[in-house]
Every structure is written in structure tokens, then in C-alpha cells.
Ligand binder design. Structure first.
Ligand code: GDP
Ligand code: MG
Length: 598
């Protein structure tokens, strides 16, 4: 058995806004890890988007030194993780590189949906959990009540946990001592190198930079390494620690350490997150367990507004994928939107973040089609198939029945909102399961909810209906039979594929009406009459018309012959008929943009 007694690898987990990033800032300050001059708020959230939204999207790893009260200097590897459900995948990856977790709970809020979700992930991975009660500087803080909740709901002892203010720094020193005392140091049973790749990104000068945890053995500059999944070999040109504001090259990384590696890897596909790295000369036989492959749950089409930007979009998606293994995409074409990609995401926030990153980091203007989940169709001929893309939906005559994914959803709210939340879930085709009281004034409402109801604007609406008090978490539990249809939109009789969607029958009419009304408002008038129809199969369920311009063809006639006037009008009518038949209308891109936003 090898031991590395002076290292502590830990992460911070919490519900969103409970103070993870602020605590990370204080820990960096207390350990003098960052120059005063370089210190900024939420220093680990270095993506512009993270600062703006105030949320952590990417996990960040940093190495810091801490001299404890026992006089020994320890190396801490701190990993900040995202709190939102869509990024659970990111969380579970970073947990695999840690031996312990600080569980931050806001003393004014208590245990929330994501507190639990993340804690269960950490417990599953055998991490030592240190509860930390935060925001005790606030008047409304009730640490005793929150400690009770942690003990009751999570079932871990919290009696002696630190009660801190990450904002003022009060008692944060206690947290550091708890890390030293309570979190186990790394141990290893073998001497061959095994390193877990837990993240990577592309640097235009250095190529692929890999973040790794050395689980066994050690790694030196100039070592020849091998990726276990594909056998690809490279020479290490640089390895070292990730300091808060820079990468610090080192001769060697030993087991238990977290750091980075550069090996002249140019192809971003070679460095798969979750892979095991070993040495070419003295390889290990057994790869590390790696990560569960994640399955995207929400799909949509992404198209560049300027068709010429297609290859830039392709390149951008590939680069983002390196940084975010959960993103999947494949090329698709739309008759209305041109060349683009069908992309899969873990959830809607994930989709939104990727879209914004594409726009900001790669300067791309994009069109996004309506999000969809994966539906199942039982065909008349006995076969079963899956579709996420409305373009691949089957003809009604081939369908015996359809199924949609359902989730087990938990909503945490103050008791006074129970009625509102239940009504809302009912509206979203939810099936009530249970209510559990967390304490005298807060409840956990459990519903079975269709995933496709959650992916639109469920959480936003839930928040506004509960004045921001609700927290929400869900997991997919399977499929159920459901009456689904494909809603198609026709303009002048022509199918506009970008607007097609798979939807529950009960919602199709409302949605069809909304889209046709919006299109009527948006499409410019033409020389001829334009019809806009929403259809299920051949059946029209909503219809609007845009009247044509009426050019006054008779204006040049002065008085006189009425038959001549009639003739001219007849001729105009004929012409319009012809135009209507053949007249294709170009729908401006702006119309797609605003209608797809619905
Ligand atoms: P995260 O989403 O868990 O990373 O949370 P943040 O660290 O971004 O904090 C969320 C908000 O709570 C920010 O506005 C912080 O300034 C605030 N905050 C964090 N810790 C404290 C604290 O101890 N006291 C007070 N009053 N506010 C805090
Ligand atoms: Mg944060």
C-alpha cells in the first residue's frame, strides 16, 4: 500500500446559489493562493458566461498549499463543480477525482433538490462528506434547523460541522482544518501508472491540455504515455499543477496528485474524458472504471444563419465537445434552413449554454429548432423504433401506438405553494405520486412528469409561480404510452420542415394556432394570398391567411367603359391565381428566428 499523507483532494457541492464559488474564493485567499491584485470575485468561474449568469458551468481544478495548525504543509486539490441538474455529468466526473466533498448548505434556505442530488452522487462514489452551513451572517439564517434537515434527510451527522459566512470569511479557517482531519488522503495499491482523464480543453498553441488525477504510479516529463481506450501513444512535453491563475510545470506528478498534461496531441478526439492513461513501457493491465456514458435527452437542430458558416460551426462544435463530453451532434439538412447539425444535450440549460458559447466564443449567428426528446413508436408490423427528429416521424398509418419518456420529479417548496405547484404539474400532464414534509413549512412534492413538458420552460415558470422559492430535480425513469402526433406547418401548401414537432395530441391545437398566428404577423405580404396551415397528418387544425397587396390596376382608366375595367380586374385575378399556384415565398430568416423562439 502506498500512501500520500499530505494531499487532500476535494470538491464543493451545493444547490445553486448556496455559496460554492464564494467559499472557493475564501479558501484561495486564506491559503494565499492568489495575489491580491489578481483576485476577483468568483475567480474560478472564468468563463464570461459564468460570471454573467452567476452560475458555474465548467468544473475547475486548482492546486493550493495549506499549512495546518499541526504545522504540516498540505497540498489541496480543490475542484469547483456546477450545481444545476443538467451538469450532473460534470459533477460526477469531478467527484471521481476526489476523496471528499464539502457540502455547502445555505442557512437561510436549507436542503434543496440539488443538494440531495449531488450528495447522493458523492455518497455513491464513497466520498467523505463534510457539511458546511453557509451564510450565517444573514439575519434569517437558521443553522440549527438546517443541521436538523441534513441529519434527517441525508442521514449524515452534522452536529459539529462548521457554520460559516463565505462572504465575510467568518469560520472559513475551520473548514480548512476539517479538510485536513476528515478527508482521507489518497492511497494506492500498485506502482504502474494509472491516470484518470477528467477534463480536457484545446489550446491553440499547446494543443490538447488534459486534466488528470494520478490514481497509481507517477508521471514524468518525456515519459511515453498510452491511452487505454484506443492505444494511441504520445510523449509528455509538459506536466504540472493547475494553480489558480496559471499552469505550473513540474518534473513529475505522483499518485494522488491532480494536474495537467501536454503531449503534443493535436486531434481532439484522442483525449477522451474518462479514459485511463498509462505508460507505454510498463503499462497497467486494468483500466480505471471511467465514466458511465451519458445519454443526451434533449435534441434540436442548430443551423448557421449564414450558410457559408457551416464549416465554422462544425469546427466549433468539435472544440466544445472536447470540453464537454456530453454534447453529441451529427450533420442534418433542412429544406428551409439548409445545412446544420442535429445536436443532443443533457437538458435545456445545457442546450442554452452551448448555443451561447457558440455565439460568443465562435461569433456564430444561429437558428435553433424546437427541442425534442426521444420518442418510441410501436409499428403496426410489430417493430419498435425511436425518433427524436420530427422529419423521421412515421406516417400515422404505420403507427400502432407511441410512447414518451417520463421522469420522476421532485419539487421542493414552502408549504404555501403546494396548491400552485400541484395545479401546474397537472397542467403539464403530471401524475401525482406523493408529498413529504421536510419540516413544518417546506414540502417535497413528487410527480411523474413527461420529459417533453419539462424541456420547454418548466423550471422558469415554476420559479415565477413560486416567487423563486421552488427547487427542482428529476431523473428519467422510463417510457409510457402516450397519444403523440406530428404537427406540421405548411405555408402556401409547402411543408416548412423547421417548424415540425412531435407533440402530445392535447397540446397540438393550441401550439398549431400559436405558430400560425405568429407566422401571419411575421411573413411579409406578397402579390398573392398566402395560406398558413397547421396540420396533423392530412387534417388541418389551424389556418391563417395573409391577404395579398391589391394593386389598383384600374387607376389609369378615366371614367368610361365599365367592361374594360372589369376585364382588367379579371386579368389581375387570373395572374394572382397563377402566382398562388407557382408562387413560392421566401420566408425571411428573421421569421424563423422569432417563430422558433415560441
Ligand atoms: P454558487 O452558485 O453555489 O457558486 O453560489 P455563489 O458562490 O455564486 O453565491 C451565490 C450568492 O450568494 C452570491 O451573490 C454570493 O455573494 C452570496 N453569498 C455567498 N456566500 C454568502 C454568505 O456567506 N453570506 C451572504 N450574505 N451571502 C453569500
Ligand atoms: Mg458558482
Amino acid at each position: 500500500m502506498y500512501e500520500n499523507k499530505n494531499i487532500r483532494n476535494f470538491c464543493i457541492i451545493a444547490h445553486i446559489d448556496h455559496g460554492k464559488s464564494t467559499l472557493a474564493d475564501r479558501i484561495l485567499e486564506l491559503t494565499n493562493s492568489v495575489d491580491k491584485r489578481e483576485m476577483s470575485e468568483q475567480i474560478l468561474d472564468n468563463m464570461e458566461l459564468e460570471k454573467e449568469k452567476g452560475i458555474t458551468i465548467k468544473s475547475r481544478a486548482v492546486t493550493i498549499k495549506y499549512k495546518s495548525l499541526d504545522g504540516i504543509e498540505y497540498t489541496f486539490n480543490l475542484i469547483d463543480t456546477p450545481g444545476h441538474v443538467d451538469f450532473n455529468y460534470e459533477v460526477s466526473r469531478t467527484l471521481a477525482a476526489c476523496e471528499g466533498a464539502l457540502l455547502v448548505v445555505d442557512a437561510t434556505q436549507g436542503v434543496e433538490a440539488q443538494t440531495l442530488a449531488n450528495t447522493y452522487l458523492a455518497i455513491d462514489m464513497n466520498l467523505e462528506i463534510i457539511p458546511v452551513i453557509n451564510k450565517i451572517d444573514l439575519q434569517s439564517a437558521n443553522p440549527e434547523k438546517v443541521i436538523n434537515e441534513i441529519e434527517e434527510i441525508i442521514g449524515i451527522s452534522a452536529e459539529h460541522c462548521p457554520r460559516i459566512s463565505a462572504k465575510t470569511g467568518l469560520n472559513v479557517d475551520q473548514v480548512l482544518e476539517h479538510i485536513v482531519k476528515d478527508i482521507p488522503h489518497p492511497k494506492s495499491n500498485c506502482s504502474e501508472l494509472r491516470a484518470l482523464v477528467f477534463d480536457s480543453f484545446y489550446d491553440s498553441y499547446k494543443g490538447v491540455v488534459i486534466y488528470l488525477k494520478i490514481v497509481d504510479g507517477s508521471l514524468k516529463t518525456n515519459d511515453r504515455i498510452k491511452f487505454m481506450s484506443n492505444g494511441a501513444e504520445f510523449n509528455v512535453t509538459e506536466c504540472g499543477h493547475l494553480l489558480p491563475t496559471k499552469m505550473q510545470p513540474l518534473e513529475q506528478l505522483n499518485f494522488g496528485e491532480v494536474g495537467y498534461l501536454i503531449a503534443g496531441i493535436k486531434d481532439i478526439h484522442e483525449a477522451k474524458v474518462g479514459d485511463t492513461i498509462t505508460l507505454s513501457e510498463n503499462p497497467t493491465k486494468n483500466a480505471l472504471p471511467g465514466y458511465k456514458a451519458v445519454n443526451p435527452m434533449v435534441f434540436c437542430g442548430i443551423y448557421p444563419i449564414e450558410n457559408s458558416k457551416y464549416s465554422i460551426l462544425k469546427d466549433a462544435l468539435e472544440k466544445l465537445k472536447l470540453n464537454d463530453a456530453s454534447l453529441v451532434f451529427e450533420p442534418e439538412t433542412s429544406s428551409a434552413l439548409g445545412f446544420g447539425f442535429r445536436c443532443g444535450f443533457l437538458g435545456l440549460l445545457h442546450a442554452e449554454i452551448i448555443q451561447e458559447r457558440l455565439q460568443r466564443e465562435f461569433n456564430l449567428d444561429l437558428m435553433i429548432t424546437a427541442p425534442s426528446v426521444i420518442y418510441k413508436i410501436q409499428k403496426i408490423n410489430g417493430e419498435m423504433c425511436s425518433v427524436d427528429n420530427p422529419s423521421n416521424y412515421l406516417n400515422e398509418s404505420q403507427i400502432q401506438f407511441t410512447m414518451e419518456p417520463v421522469t420522476d420529479a421532485h419539487i421542493y417548496v414552502p408549504s404555501e405553494y403546494i396548491g400552485t405547484v400541484m395545479e401546474f404539474c397537472q397542467e403539464k400532464r403530471g401524475e401525482f405520486i406523493n408529498i413529504r414534509y421536510i419540516n413544518s413549512d417546506r414540502a417535497d412534492i413528487n410527480y411523474k412528469l413527461p420529459l417533453n413538458e419539462i424541456i420547454y420552460d418548466f423550471f422558469d415558470t415554476l420559479k415565477s409561480k413560486t416567487k423563486g422559492y421552488a427547487s427542482f430535480d428529476y431523473s428519467i425513469i422510463g417510457y409510457k404510452k402516450s397519444d403523440l402526433v406530428k404537427l406540421s406547418i405548411l405555408v402556401s401548401g409547402e411543408l416548412i420542415d423547421a417548424f415540425s414537432m412531435i407533440i402530445h395530441k392535447s397540446k397540438a391545437y393550441y401550439k398549431g394556432k400559436k405558430i400560425t398566428e405568429k407566422l401571419k404577423e411575421q411573413i411579409p405580404r406578397q402579390q398573392f394570398e398566402v395560406t398558413i396551415q397547421a396540420c396533423i397528418g392530412n387534417k388541418v387544425i389551424a389556418r391563417e391567411t395573409i391577404k395579398s397587396f391589391r394593386k389598383d390596376v384600374t387607376s389609369k382608366l378615366y371614367g368610361g367603359d365599365i367592361t374594360r375595367k372589369k376585364k382588367l380586374l379579371e386579368k389581375q385575378k387570373e395572374g394572382k391565381k397563377r402566382m398562388k399556384k407557382f408562387g413560392r415565398i421566401e420566408i425571411p430568416k428573421s421569421v424563423f428566428l422569432s417563430t422558433l423562439k415560441l
